[in-house]
Design a binder for this molecule. Structure first.
Ligand code: GYE
Length: 346
């Protein structure tokens, strides 16, 4: 009898807990769906588009301005942004894009930190029926996995840097040693800026790239690279690499360039005869150009917000967007009339 009572007690307890578990699960699911539904309903009620945006981080002034531009334009266009800062890690971007898919955003846009490794997550977005826009950098993947690209023409930026150099050295016959500071490895922008530059300088054999060092687009790395050059050469009359005089520094972004200028100034190295070419054109870099510390700055325009929101609206209406949309850019050189310069805004 005792045993029978125990058994009934046990069964009723099990039923009780199962019911409790079920109730909790039910509450959890309904609450989550309600929250999504509420948010979607509120955004939908407000007719607001929801954009999931994955940014790579804040490694440079350019990147920070790029993010600001996107938030400003979203507010101006009444588009809700779900924003993720990936802290320079691809795995964080993959996680963010998957959360945008779960959230059922209307459009996904992201800055691919590197070129490879996006096929799977973009296939998931496609299966979920969510269009994807690449911003700033490009990827190696089946083009049907994304609607289009918006950003800079890195190849042309590299060519512009080289064209300035060819003109600057047109009367020179001796070899011109070039030291390159490149940005984030395996990123499309580094591939293109390097390729465009080499394409043009290869038209004249006097130009020789003696070394290319990865500075990951960071000011701290630019500073470190120049410090290593200065301390290993023990020379103050210029920059040297393994005993060879550096005639030209081609830097893939202003942050690294400004870091290098920090070390040059800290060690009091004379670089008036060193041609320094940078890319981006943030205000501090333009100030260094007008102060005679740089010779040429190739613009890379971070203000992609307004064009991105226009593309988001176009896609949300079910219209196709151009495969490639480039942002207009220019070049600033030592030969310009500096009084005509407008503030850069970052
Ligand atoms: O030049 C640099 C940033 O992807 C074009 O990334 C961008 C580059 C830009 O860190 O400053």
């Amino acid at each position: 009898m005792q045993g029978k009572i125990k058994k009934i007690q046990f069964i009723s307890l099990a039923i009780f807990f199962a019911a409790l578990l079920f109730l909790l699960l039910f509450l959890f699911i309904t609450r989550r769906n309600n929250s999504y539904k509420n948010k979607d309903e509120t955004a939908e009620k407000a007719g607001k588009l929801i954009l999931g945006f994955s940014q790579i981080g804040s490694e440079s002034a350019w990147r920070t301005r790029n993010t600001e531009s996107i938030f400003e334009a979203a507010a101006e266009n009444d588009i809700q942004i779900i924003f993720d800062d990936a802290q320079q890690k691809q795995e964080n971007q993959l996680k963010a894009i998957r959360s945008f898919i779960v959230y059922q955003v209307d459009v996904i846009a992201f800055v691919p930190i590197v070129e490879d490794g996006w096929e799977n997550v973009l296939t998931e977005a496609k299966e979920a029926g969510i269009p994807v826009i690449l911003v700033d950098r490009q990827i190696n993947a089946d083009p049907s996995l994304y609607a289009g690209f918006l950003g800079e023409n890195g190849l042309e930026e590299g060519r512009r840097a080289a064209r300035f150099l060819l003109n600057k050295c047109r009367n020179r016959t001796s070899t011109v040693n070039i030291y390159e500071m490149s940005g984030t490895e395996n990123s499309s922008v580094v591939r293109d800026r390097a390729k465009g530059f080499r394409e043009i300088i290869s038209t004249d054999p006097k130009f020789k790239i003696i070394h290319s060092e990865d500075g990951d687009f960071l000011r701290s790395r630019g500073k470190e690279i120049a410090e290593n050059l200065i301390t290993s050469s023990h020379r103050k009359d210029g920059l040297f690499f393994e005993g060879e005089k550096i005639d030209v520094v081609y830097s893939h972004n202003d942050s690294m360039t400004l870091g290098m200028l920090d070390s040059i100034e800290n060690y009091g190295v004379y670089t008036k005869n060193t041609i320094i070419i940078s890319v981006d054109a943030e205000q501090k870099s333009i100030d260094a150009l007008t102060a005679g510390k740089l010779n040429c700055v190739v613009e890379c325009n971070p203000n992609l917000g307004p064009m991105l929101m226009a593309l988001v609206k176009q896609i949300a209406l079910g219209d196709d967007i151009p495969r490639v949309t480039y942002n207009p850019e220019t070049v600033f050189t030592e030969n310009d009339d500096f009084s005509t310069y407008e503030p850069r805004g970052y």
